[in-house]
Design a protein around this ligand. Structure first.
Ligand code: DGY
Length: 322
């Protein structure tokens, strides 16, 4: 057994953590609750590696508390806005994340949300359970088809590209995207999609799906001004990070039916819902589960563990951030 000490801030699905335990002294938070900031601060003391969740804020203070031997922070998420990256860089602490393994799960969940909106699944489910179904009717829960509709994808990285493929090849949708001015010639050619400005995407899409990381430049990327550009018949879907959308403005747009609907897997004040949200019939919500498949969550744990082992073995990590 090596001398390295590891903190795993929550029990994880799959077998990967066993591998860590066979090599190092591992402390796992086995409580049902995630660690509170003061608990995290104590738990990191003397650790060489931290395997943390997107809900663990890894600040300068936490790194101070861990001590100089801290070598690697392996985030159990692709997004790493919970970690002070600059601070870690200055201290030569390696930060890793879990891209690729969750791409398919998140893209598939995006379509679960799109279909829920388009075919009014949550509303119909509630209607039946409340015993309101009195027989087939030609106008009962009319929804909208995806074929030939335009999906506007904001962020054409790994997840955005798979969403584009499913939309185009599976649902026969027209795909436009905004990727901060970047053009993806190969996708344009194979899927017949095209890069547009953010405002054109908002004006012309029937479904708008967000796939960008949370950065100072993407916080409230969708604000009052942008919501005003969206068609009255269009829907917006967010599976990235809550603060990309100004939720107060979104709630107003949904309440006034300025836009047709929204589906959110992530929230600006997560885990809290913004006032008014839970009453909105034109809003579908899921509790940050886009990557929550058995395969993906085990894959994320394996990748985080592999990253830690690589760093502690003096090798390059597999998926280092930046
Ligand atoms: C991530 O990885 O960033 C997702 O939000 C959770 O899987």
């Amino acid at each position: 057994m090596s001398k390295f000490k590891i903190l795993v801030t929550k029990q994880l699905p799959g077998e990967a953590v066993k591998q860590l335990r066979s090599k190092y002294a591992v402390t796992i938070n086995k409580s049902a609750n995630t660690l509170q900031p003061n608990e995290l601060k104590k738990a990191v003391v003397g650790k060489d590696a931290i395997l943390c969740l997107l809900t663990d804020k890894i600040s300068k203070e936490i790194m101070d508390s861990a001590g100089k031997q801290l070598k690697v922070i392996a985030n159990y998420a692709v997004g790493y806005d919970n970690i002070d990256i600059q601070e870690a860089k200055e201290r030569n602490i390696i930060v890793t994340n879990t891209p690729n393994v969750l791409t398919q799960a998140v893209a598939e969940h995006t379509f679960a949300l799109i279909m829920s909106l388009a075919r009014r699944i949550p509303e119909s489910d509630e209607f039946l359970r409340k015993n309101k179904f009195k027989g087939w009717r030609p106008d009962l829960f009319l929804g909208s088809e995806l074929k030939d509709k335009t999906i506007g994808i904001i962020g054409m990285g790994r997840i955005g590209s798979i969403v584009a493929k499913i939309a185009s090849r599976g649902y026969q949708m027209k795909v436009v995207y905004f990727d901060n001015g970047k053009i993806h010639a190969e996708l344009d050619q194979s899927l017949g999609c095209s890069a547009v400005s953010l405002s054109d995407l908002l004006k012309n899409s029937d479904f708008i799906s967000i796939h960008v990381p949370l950065l100072p430049t993407t916080r409230h990327l969708i604000d009052k001004k942008q919501l005003k550009l969206i068609k009255k018949t269009a829907y917006i879907i967010n599976t990235s990070r809550g603060p990309i959308i100004n939720e107060v403005e979104l709630v107003k747009a949904l309440q006034s039916k300025r836009i047709a609907g929204a589906a959110l897997d992530v929230f600006e004040f997560e885990p809290r819902l913004s006032p008014g949200m839970s009453k909105l019939k034109n809003l579908v919500i899921t509790p940050h589960i886009a990557s929550a498949t058995i395969e993906t969550r085990a894959g994320m744990a394996q990748l985080a563990v592999d990253n830690i082992i690589a760093v502690l073995d003096g090798k390059n990590p597999i998926t280092q951030v930046l």
